[in-house]
Design a protein around this ligand. Structure first.
Ligand SMILES: Cc1cc2nc3c(=O)[nH]c(=O)nc-3n(C[C@H](O)[C@H](O)[C@H](O)COP(=O)(O)O)c2cc1C
Length: 215
């Protein structure tokens, strides 16, 4: 069983990456082969609407763009499960993660009512989100609705319902004193980091275990 995690944060050692690494650790504890891809190490663009993947005489399921994502898209097809991870930027996933999903999902989608997806297999997927906002704010604001479209497309294109994990109220700066951040209480952030973040890490670990054992 192979699990690939994709980090859509530009930061390689912060909240999103930590949770993804926990999920990989969980999967590895069950003997899974694991890999982490840091999107912000790569140079690539989102879909350019060339429609090569839709041509009747073309290569369905293959994105024709040639850049650092070409090889990654091929590697993703070898995975039995994929966990996406993204910080919330302006109420949505990051630009890097959006561009990856455009390339991955659109190249495997087909404009036919009978078969919406030509992904080679049905795989388990997860999405881990990290954000500054508190759980209370997220629930009361209806914020989660902005995340539903990509969740629905992942489920539809990759074949199984995407599992979700939200990590709220994350610790954002290495030193709050150095940054203008007076709307936050560093004390409350530190409490969340020491009390809730480990719980979120355990949930991520459990997701990895579940994916490895269910595959
Ligand atoms: C450009 C930018 C936009 C952000 N927008 C939001 C937002 O709309 N809502 C929110 O709760 N947090 C927002 N944040 C905070 C991040 O989502 C949060 O710090 C996240 O945990 C960062 O993930 P990382 O530690 O893995 O890099 C934003 C951060 C940046 C840099």
């Amino acid at each position: 069983m192979k699990l690939i995690a994709i980090n859509g944060s530009p930061r390689k050692n912060w909240n999103t990456a930590t949770l993804l690494n926990k999920a990989l650790e969980g999967a590895a504890s069950q003997g899974a082969e694991i890999e982490l891809i840091n999107l912000y190490d790569l140079k690539y663009r989102g879909c350019i609407s060339c429609f090569a993947c839709k041509r009747k005489d073309g290569q369905h399921g293959k994105c024709a763009m040639k850049d650092d994502l070409t090889n990654i898209l091929e590697r993703l097809e070898t995975a039995d499960a994929i966990i996406f991870g993204s910080p919330i930027y302006y109420m949505n996933i990051t630009a890097g993660m959006t561009a990856l999903l455009e390339r991955l999902l659109y190249s495997h989608s087909i404009y036919s009512s009978e078969i919406p997806t030509i992904y080679p297999k049905k795989i388990q997927t997860g999405f881990i989100y990290t954000m500054n906002a508190t759980e209370k704010y997220i629930e009361e604001s209806g914020y989660k609705l902005s995340l539903k479209p990509h969740q629905d497309f992942i489920t539809r294109m990759l074949g199984k319902p995407v599992e979700l994990l939200y990590s709220y109220d994350t610790y954002q700066f290495s030193n709050y004193e150095k940054y203008e951040s007076s709307i936050f209480s560093e004390e409350a952030k530190a409490k969340q980091k020491s009390e809730q973040f480990p719980v979120d890490c355990q949930k991520a670990f459990d997701m990895g275990v579940r994916f490895a054992t269910n595959a």
